[in-house]
Design a protein around this ligand. Sequence first.
Ligand code: DCS
Length: 290
Amino acid sequence: MNIVMVNGQFVERNEAKVDIEDRGYQFGDGIYEVIRVYNGKMFAASEHLERLVECAGKIKLTLPFSNTDIQTMLQTLIEKNALTTGIVYLQSSRGVAVRNHAFPTTDTVASFIAYTKELPRPLHNITNGVKAALVEDERWLKCDIKSLNLLGNILAKQEAAELGCFEAILHRGETVTEGSSSNISIVKDGVVYTHQADKYILNGITRQQMLALCGVHSIAFEEKSFTVEELLNADEVFMTSTTAEVTPIIEIAGRKIGTGAPGSISIKLQQLLASEIARQCGRIYLEIDR
Ligand code: DCS
């Protein structure tokens, strides 16, 4: 069964239609979220939906539904598709209107769609780590908005993919910002460093969960940017995202990081995050199979 949600209606995917003048389609004028589903339950749903509301405010978009209604619709969608492990994707655009850069009239209602996708936890990557490329961050200066405009991210990810790498680590000059679809952290002398939440990065929900876990479990951390040189000389590097959880980065631009294997703090954080997921969504594998 493949049921999607379009403007509050549940329809078969092949019956879902988007107008050619939807502003999401024409301009990328909208925002989105990706929420993880474990055991048929959403992880950190309220945090994701709060960020959606914040981003809507930043682009002056009026969401057509309340967060309570969105959460109920998403859970219904998960159940209709019998999803156990995967994601729910949702996006809202500024609606359908005659193409014109300026906002449409206030009676234009924002479009809102959601669908689910099966996606196993990336246990192989979590266990073994991945390679990353270094790519100049040439995106705009509102990276805190989870915008549908992902061209900068796409071009960076493609550059990494062509180099056989899983992720592109972005840097503005000397300063590392984030990944093309993840946040980047380093560990040096037992301290976790990750870029402060400002206009240069998306304040990832997984990043926030990870930092909260550091706080509770006495792992030292600082929300402070670091340089490309500090990145390459770190003891450990890892990426965080909804889909990747805590994935170690063991090689960057052809250079080994630390011992070239996932580090102990990265592993500790994977286990702590898995416990938090289990607390909210029920049992998942706590121990990563090594
Ligand atoms: N930075 C960027 C640019 C991202 O696209 C993402 C997530 C993150 C950081 C991490 O944020 P979360 O921890 O909230 O996921 N990108 C989503 C995406 O496009 N697919 O999966 C996650």
